[in-house]
Design a protein around this ligand. Sequence first.
Ligand SMILES: NC(=O)C1=CN([C@@H]2O[C@H](COP(=O)(O)OP(=O)(O)OC[C@H]3O[C@@H](n4cnc5c(N)ncnc54)[C@H](O)[C@@H]3O)[C@@H](O)[C@H]2O)[C@@H](O)CC1
Ligand SMILES: [K+]
Length: 480
Amino acid sequence: MKIEDVYIWDTNAKWLGISPFQLMENAGAGVARAIEEKFGRGLKVAIFCGTGNNGGDGFVAARHLSFENDVTVFLVGDEIKIRSEEAKHNWEILKKLDFVKIKILKDSSQIKGLNLEEYDVIVDALLGAGTKGEPREPIRSAIKKINEYSGKAKIVSVDLPSGYPSKVQVKCDFAVTFQWDKEEFEGFERIVAKIGYPKELYHLVGPGNAKFALRKKGEHKGQNGRLLIIGGSEDYFGAPYLAAKAASYIVDLVYLVMPEYSAKRITDPDMILRPVEGKNFTREHLEEVLALTEKADAVIVGPGIGLRDETREFVREFVKRCEKPLVIDADGLKAIAEDLSVLNGKTFVLTPHAGEFKTLFGEKPEGSLKEKAGLVMKKAKEINGVILLKGVYDIISDGKVWKYNKTGNRGMTTGGTGDVLAGIIGALLALGNSPLRAASVGAFLNGLAGDTVKEELGENFTALNVAKKVPHAVKWVLEF
Ligand SMILES: NC(=O)C1=CN([C@@H]2O[C@H](COP(=O)(O)OP(=O)(O)OC[C@H]3O[C@@H](n4cnc5c(N)ncnc54)[C@H](O)[C@@H]3O)[C@@H](O)[C@H]2O)[C@@H](O)CC1
Ligand SMILES: [K+]
């Protein structure tokens, strides 16, 4: 587990309604439990707390330990600096307790002469995951003070040794780290305390994933993604348009490559049209379209492209030669189903529904969420790319892990919402996201846009309504 994942999990946990208060309570209780299990009860315990949430965990641990131990809390820093609601809440409780002693150490001069000989256990809750740079005073002096008792008292760090990874850091007997062992940490013993994250967080896509995917890269036009969409035919022009419309809210530039016959019908000034001659894509368009991909960060191929033999051939040849990350959707999937080897060595997302999945891989996804996910993962591994199986729960896999998405509603069975989805995924790829993240977050945002429409219109709406709610979905995520 990486630090970035911790942030995603926290955000998604909040989305599920798991509050920071619950997490802090479990964290502090976990620390207290670990201490009592290791060293017994009836201990004299000193708890050194900073003013961040690491300190907040210390306040909670103090309350839990106070039931059967003699506890003194040393707050290192000014109490007005206790900022988060959950840390403040727990500090206010501590102040009402008569059996917990509190000492406030505002500056290092108050720390230097401190004698901690009477304590069996010293808890270090000074600094945790929010540490920036070398420890500053008065925290620095507190770390040094604690280390004077190394080998004499038992020293237990909350989450990680304060000061880590700099030179001045607490030398602890062990750290109680939360929920999972973090890969990045080394050089100290760790005990993991679960703090109430459900298993869903391994798989469920939520606003935490989306926040990361939507980070802007630059301030200049074109730096935040250029997407090329190849679609449309004699019969369809709406599908590529819907994909382009949805994407245009996310990336800087969307180029819409369509046969001129259908391109003529698009009048939206937000679109940059790149018409090619004729009514349908054929092999003859290959070089011209490949040249257009050069200035794109990602490409979508398939929406409304039709199923004529010459078009299917175009799609396969195009995929084989395209060097940009690809989203292959709709009729594009049927075209490549005839020869999946065109995907070899490519970076891509396939977006089949169950029927298209069967056409592609000869097997129908059936059974429980886990069973379907197992099949999607197996196939993704075989083709060495990302598959998004669309459904009531969308399932996404890159062959190594699987994710699922629950946003969306029955109204989205209306035609064209798949094109909106492809557009969003393409846009997220163009922003530089991995195919797995682009596909997972694409499914999430598409469903969220659909849910936003539902709030206004009920379940009877069109795909264009959904595309137009993409900015609302993005805003919701960024403000979450
Ligand atoms: N979901 C979560 O994020 C959970 C977090 N928990 C705890 O919250 C901790 C993270 O909390 P915070 O983000 O508030 O961060 P910290 O408590 O680690 O530190 C932030 C505080 O330390 C100060 N600070 C930062 N760098 C410093 C330095 N070099 N020298 C001196 N002072 C410094 C900051 O000004 C701020 O007041 C975790 O380590 C963990 O203990 C737990 O409550 C469990 C859940
Ligand atoms: K700590």
